[in-house]
Design a protein around this ligand. Structure first.
Ligand SMILES: [Zn+2]
Length: 501
């Protein structure tokens, strides 16, 4: 493995002089086209190369990787003890189901695409800021289990969200794209379904679409995660008390807009969105007939009575806005913390146990876009949600709280860089020795700039109409600055992609 990395590094090294000559910029260069599935990814790569001398951020890919993922758990020891060390992702499903059979509440949080490096961003940030208050990732791992989870499929090294979430929910490993069915195509029982069968109240919370791979693997059964119209219909067949997320476009009839439905009349940010169904079915009426209260914005969520029995809150046609972009005042969307807090309030009932799966799905999306600043904000939000859940767990000890991820996305890394002889770092020590180094470790002052990003790169790339606008938008929204020449190169790639499309 080391050898191939060395070869790869050599390849990059020898490619750079050529690209530098072409582009007259030290910071720009392709890493290897073979890693990028769509042409527009080059623009993200070029942006990252442009800021790499300041941020030291490196990306292996725009796809998922095999990197094992973190797990932390607190709660009754019997279950926590089984989640230590290097474990397979099916163990999470098996242990969760065991806890449910034993009458224990379960809060399962999945950071989609969250590898160790993603999780470490707010940890390094608090160290950079001399903040001794640990993150909830650390607190939970300190007092409970810390696990390293293997995410492979049944026959391959790298997984997708649906397959990994099926392992985590049903304890059953399978091929790519599979949603909680066995290798013969028959349904396997998920943790949520087991909980329902045993009289638990249940909940699903996500900032992605509720029919996306991760949440789907808890209630739907199909050989292909892309059959989201069908997956949406399978949600009605259940009696999940709390359903919060995005993706309502899959629930309204073909050709209609959200504003055609009374529940969405006041949600002006999203109500021009069109249906993504391929038939005339209106699933919202199905939920209403089953006794669900239907809500569409943060106000509705905050005003929900805690005695509400069943609620469907889908706050966007697709995924809920990224943490870095979200402005509740404008969009009316709740944050993951809002949804998590309300979900626990509604699920905590005197006479019943509960199971809830909470997904921080945008970590994966930002990582597919190689947008480290947006990932920082998304992981920070997950940390805040963990705080809400950890406080709940401490007050309700018969609760097993697990956080983990389905896989790593992007091969995110932070690497040191070398400086030239004349720029050596030097310091005269009290001992009389002269310390020196030619290695820039990414000084904390530079790292802290990661926090300053105010908009996702995706959004800026979508909105910039000229090189000048791109230059201004990128530099106004991040403390890692690019040059006009960088902006020109990035814009040309973006523009070329749009034209080709
Ligand atoms: Zn995923």
């Amino acid at each position: 493995m080391n050898k191939s990395i060395t070869n790869f590094a050599a390849l990059i090294f020898f490619s750079i002089p050529f690209l530098v000559n072409c582009q007259h910029d030290d910071h720009i260069g392709y890493k290897g086209e073979v890693f990028w599935s769509a042409k527009n990814k080059h623009a993200h790569l070029l942006y990252n190369r442009a800021v790499s001398s300041q941020s030291h951020i490196t990306w292996g890919t725009g796809n998922h990787t095999s990197s094992p993922v973190p797990l932390g758990a607190v709660g009754p020891e019997k279950y926590v003890n089984q989640l230590k060390g290097i474990i397979d992702n099916t163990e999470v499903g098996k242990v969760t189901q065991q806890a449910i059979r034993d009458g224990v509440n379960v809060i399962l949080m999945i950071g989609d695409g969250m590898g160790f490096n993603h999780m470490s961003l707010p940890i390094y940030m608090r160290i950079a800021e001399h903040n001794s208050e640990k993150t909830y990732f650390e607190k939970i791992m300190d007092v409970g289990a810390s696990g390293v989870v293997l995410t492979n499929t049944i026959n391959g090294v790298v997984t997708c969200s649906a397959t990994a979430a099926s392992s985590i929910s049903a304890g059953y490993k399978n091929w790519m794209e599979i949603v909680s069915v066995d290798t013969n195509g028959y349904p396997v029982e998920t943790s949520l379904e087991l909980a329902e069968k045993l009289g638990y109240v249940t909940g699903l919370v996500t900032d992605a679409g509720i029919t996306d791979g991760t949440p789907a693997a808890f209630y739907a059964h199909t050989y292909n995660r892309n059959l989201e119209n069908e997956i949406a219909e399978q949600l009605i067949g259940h009696n999940i008390e709390v359903v919060f997320g995005g993706g309502v476009a899959k629930f309204i009839p073909k050709g209609t807009k959200l504003k055609d439905f009374a529940y969405y009349k006041n949600s002006s940010y999203i109500n021009e969105m069109f249906s993504e169904r391929e038939d005339e079915k209106n699933l919202l009426t199905g939920f209403e007939a089953n006794g669900y209260k239907i809500i569409s914005n943060k106000n509705d969520l905050m005003n929900l009575d805690s005695s509400t029995d069943k609620v469907l809150g889908l706050f966007n046609g697709g995924g809920i806005s990224a943490a870095v972009d979200r402005d509740t005042e404008i969009t009316g969307e709740p944050s993951l913390v809002d949804m998590t807090t309300k979900a626990l309030e509604l699920l905590d009932r005197k006479d019943k146990n509960f199971f809830v799966m909470i997904e921080a799905g945008r970590i994966d999306w930002e990582a597919h876009d190689n947008d480290a600043g947006a990932i920082y904000k998304a992981v920070e939000e997950m940390n805040n949600m963990l705080g809400v859940c950890y406080d709940f767990q401490k007050a309700h000890p018969n609760t097993l709280l697990i956080f983990t991820a389905d896989h790593e996305t992007g091969g995110l890394g932070i690497a040191y860089t070398k400086v030239s002889e004349e720029n050596l770092f030097k310091k005269k020590l009290s001992s009389g020795d002269l310390w020196h180094s030619d290695t820039d470790p990414l000084f904390f002052e530079q790292f802290k700039k990661l926090k300053s990003q105010k908009s996702s790169i995706y959004k800026i790339f979508g909105e910039a109409k000229s090189e000048e606008q791109l230059f201004e938008m990128l530099n106004n929204n991040s403390d890692y600055k690019i040059t006009r020449e960088d902006a020109q190169i990035i814009f040309d790639v973006l523009h070329g992609y749009k034209k080709a499309k």
